[in-house]
Design a protein around this ligand. Structure first.
Ligand SMILES: *Cc1c(COP(=O)(O)O)cnc(C)c1O
Length: 398
């Protein structure tokens, strides 16, 4: 007996949280957990941020929803601000990351179509990628475990090994429209693409008339210490999907595009009922108010260094538990030397929340405004968990 009317698609941890304060979550029984999962990189400014709460409450008292039949001033404003802060000229708002990717995929195909290449619809993607759970995005991600049993895989995605630019070039055919990649793979195990690889993918796209699509759903909006991860490589994409952090916990996403890339997206060819609704836009604008504040991203970089150095010391002390620290900014991964589920459980026993990922990695994704003392507390808890696991390994060897 399942004991619940909900789909069994999530293997839920038996914890229910009642409220949150910054980097902390409090259960319905009053227990406090340090939240370094942040809703999977969603609660970018922690829980209960006063500026976000005020923005949402104020909008909730005025207007919730009107549909995209009418002008939405908050949407226009957020679009302009995102365009001003990035490579983009145009923005389409969605409710989720997968929908932002769907928009990017459709925009790329449509670009080739209106430029006289209807035969170019295929997209080169990378192994270990995660782009969402819709039919097209599971095809783009290419992971068998997400495709199995859901009928024919959506046509038009060609996968190559992660980071292998030569393989990407070999995969290009006269039918290729675009290359799609995460600058830092999240679900795949916190795997950063090298700056060199991203530059070369840009060159490949230019050489072959393809669009470069970035999936910054997880690594964007300040997570790596720059507003977007592509900035580290000094190149810009033609299209980019964002979500997670931009809403700070309110469901929203966006597809960003250059004028040229968005050329085919004319009135009526794409749409959404909820995307860009006034509540989401109020929160998205409030998130940007904070993240774009002078010095905010520098602080993310400083905190990230502090955290990473502490983690490296723990990995040095307990190599039988943690093999390696990887990642960028406040998107860090512990490559585990034992099953990551075991490490995650030990962290949770210390009341520290993290997220498992591919390649036997544990993701640590604290809020971008995490306090130094909370980083210190997290390090103490991670060390205690590693000590316990190392002691258990030693005891078992006796
Ligand atoms: C989470 C995620 C998605 C999917 O976002 P949803 O909001 O769950 O649809 C897509 N790409 C990346 C890189 C993600 O981390």
């Amino acid at each position: 007996m399942s004991g619940s009317a909900l789909y069994e698609t999530f293997a839920r941890i038996p914890l229910a949280f009642d409220h949150g304060e910054g980097a902390w979550l409090v259960t319905d029984t009053g227990e406090r957990y340090l939240d370094f999962a942040a809703g999977i990189a969603v609660n970018s400014l922690g829980h209960g941020h006063p500026h976000l709460v005020a923005a949402l409450a104020e909008q909730a008292g005025k207007l919730w929803h009107v549909s995209n039949l009418y002008e939405i001033p908050g949407q226009r404003r957020l679009g302009e601000r995102l365009a001003a802060a990035t490579f983009a000229d145009k923005v389409f708002f969605t409710n989720s990351g997968a929908e932002a990717l769907e928009c990017a995929i459709k925009t790329a195909r449509r670009y080739q179509y209106v430029n006289g290449h209807p035969e170019r619809y295929r997209i080169v993607t990378f192994e270990g990628a995660f782009h969402g759970r819709t039919l097209a995005t599971i095809a783009a991600g290419g992971q068998q475990k997400y495709l199995e049993g859901f009928g024919p895989k959506v046509e038009g995605f060609d996968q190559v090994p992660f980071g292998d630019v030569d393989a990407a070039e070999r995969a290009i055919t006269p039918e290729t429209a675009a290359i799609l990649v995460e600058p830092v793979q999240g679900e795949g195990g916190i795997r950063p693409l090298s700056v060199q690889a991203l530059k070369r993918l840009r060159q490949l796209c230019d050489k072959h008339g393809l669009l470069l699509i970035l999936d910054e759903v997880q690594c964007g909006v300040g997570r790596t210490g720059r507003l977007f991860a592509y900035e580290w490589a000094g190149v810009s994409p033609d299209l980019m999907a964002i979500a997670k952090g931009i809403g700070g916990g309110f469901p929203m996403g966006a597809c960003l595009a250059t004028d040229a890339a968005a050329e085919g997206m004319t009135a009526g060819v794409h749409g959404t009922t909820f995307g860009g609704n006034p509540l989401a836009m109020a929160v998205g604008n409030a998130v940007l108010d904070v993240v774009l504040e002078e010095g905010f991203l520098d602080e993310v970089g400083r905190k990230a260094l502090l955290f990473k150095q502490g983690l490296a010391a723990i990995a040095d002390e307990f190599p039988q538990v943690i093999e390696e620290i990887r990642g960028a900014g406040l998107m860090l991964g512990l490559k585990c030397a034992m099953p990551n589920a075991k490490v995650n459980q030990a962290l949770r026993d210390q009341h520290l929340l993290a997220v498992p990922a591919g390649e036997n990695v544990i993701r640590l994704l604290p809020p971008l405004n995490v306090a130094d003392e909370d980083i210190g507390e997290a390090l103490r808890r991670i060390r205690a968990a590693a000590q316990g696991l190392a002691d258990a390994v030693a005891a078992a060897a006796k």
